[in-house]
Design a binder for this molecule. Structure first.
Ligand code: ADP
Length: 379
């Protein structure tokens, strides 16, 4: 960094002072020095010349150094720090304080000690350049982050496409396998012994399991698109009524009780809200204790920014070490009692809530129950 290439602007109403400073700087090799004895010119000069340092007298006719600083305040171009070295014969405590308050970086009283003037000029230019290079580094870093984000988004999109295509294309051969296995059962059942039929039965069950995995995977890959639905204000009471109807047979079979508090109206696609609560209430019933009828409490409160909705159950609970993992794709603590699902429900639920800029968290105690908390922004 060559400091002598820095741009310096001298402002002093005394021509003699300006000349002294100019020659001092010239001797030291500074090549880009401008000056004015008319303080009213400073604003324009700062704009056109964009100095790295301003040497400013305080007591000047037309416009004092204080006023100049006041006018310059807030006009700095972003990332360009221009230190102001105040040079004045007025060395009172008050004027020093006022100058510093108005943005002066350093202070020198006349008559000058030239060595000190040059040392301070050097120091201030160093600060100015370091600030500039910091800004440069920041810009570079920001640019890099932007590039990486675009790359990541592209990769993410490719990955989503891959999951979609792979799971979509897997369905057909799988359908063939299932179909052929059932043909085997129907047409060759009498020629295959009991053991053989058992193997076929296992194969059919595994194929069905695989089908459900593929369907869930497809659901997961499409979850983002779900959120881009018709966004109107939806009464959560109506959504929960719909979910009760959808889960009616499970609710009745398990003698589940669902208690619903006062619910807000939420701006979101209705199908998405339905899916969220269907998953959470469905799980609250599935992971019930065998000896206790499920009781599910659904409550809502709101704070300044969010609606906070809790789905609380009195089920088997989730061990602390698994609570962070249950939202991962395909993660399950153990095979569910009904042997259904594939550990995708909560991953989808969390993903769509996050797409709505919300959060989904769980607090749970084994043997006591779980509380799933959804936060959705009001805006
Ligand atoms: P699935 O139910 O198909 O396994 P989910 O993604 O819905 O998949 O849930 C993941 C795992 O989290 C479940 O396998 C279960 O172990 C646990 N879990 C989810 N909800 C509850 C709940 N309300 N109570 C206890 N465990 C739960």
């Amino acid at each position: 960094m060559e400091l002598t290439n820095s741009k310096i602007l001298i402002v002093d109403d005394q021509e003699a002072n300006v000349r002294i400073l100019e020659s001092l700087l010239e001797i030291k090799g500074f090549k880009q020095v401008k000056s004015t004895t008319d303080s009213r010119q400073v604003e324009n000069l700062v704009e056109s010349f964009s100095p790295d340092l301003l040497l400013l007298d305080l007591m000047m006719p037309h416009m004092s150094g204080f006023e100049v600083m006041e006018r310059l305040r807030g006009k700095e171009t972003e990332g360009h720090f221009m230190p102001i070295l105040v040079l004045t014969a007025d060395s009172t405590k008050e004027s020093k304080e006022q100058a510093l308050r108005l943005g002066a970086t350093d202070f020198l009283t006349k008559p000058f000690d030239f060595t000190e003037v040059l040392l301070r000029i050097n120091n201030l230019l160093m600060i100015s350049h370091l600030t500039g290079s910091l800004k440069g580094q920041n810009d570079l870093l920001e640019e890099k982050v932007k590039e990486r984000t675009v790359e990541l988004e592209q990769k993410n999109e490719e990955l989503k496409q891959f999951v979609f295509i792979a799971s979509h294309d897997l369905q057909e051969p799988l359908r063939m396998v299932t179909e052929l296995l059932s043909q085997l059962q129907v047409h060759y059942g009498d020629k295959i012994d009991e053991r053989g039929m058992k193997y076929i039965d296992f194969a059919v069950k595994s194929a069905l399991k695989m089908k459900s995995l593929i369907v869930d995977l497809l659901e997961y890959s499409k979850a983002d698109a779900l959120v881009v639905g018709d966004v109107t204000k939806v009464d959560l009471n109506n959504v929960l009524d719909d979910v009760r109807i959808l889960l009616n047979s499970v609710i009745e079979f398990n003698k589940a009780e669902i208690k619903i508090g006062i619910m807000p109206e939420i701006k979101a696609p209705v199908s998405v809200l339905r899916q969220i609560f269907q998953n959470l209430i469905g799980n609250a019933i599935r992971y019930r204790k065998t000896d206790l009828a499920p009781v599910i409490n659904i409550r809502a409160v709101e704070n300044e920014k969010n609606y906070v909705i809790e789905v609380e159950d009195n089920g088997i609970g989730i061990p602390l070490e698994s609570q962070g993992k249950i939202f991962d794709l395909f993660h399950r603590i153990q095979m569910p009692p009904d042997q259904l699902g594939s550990g995708v429900g909560l991953a989808i639920t969390k993903k769509i809530i996050e797409r709505m800029n919300g959060t989904l968290e769980v607090k749970s105690e084994v043997g006591v129950g779980s509380v799933f908390t959804i936060q959705l922004p009001k805006a």
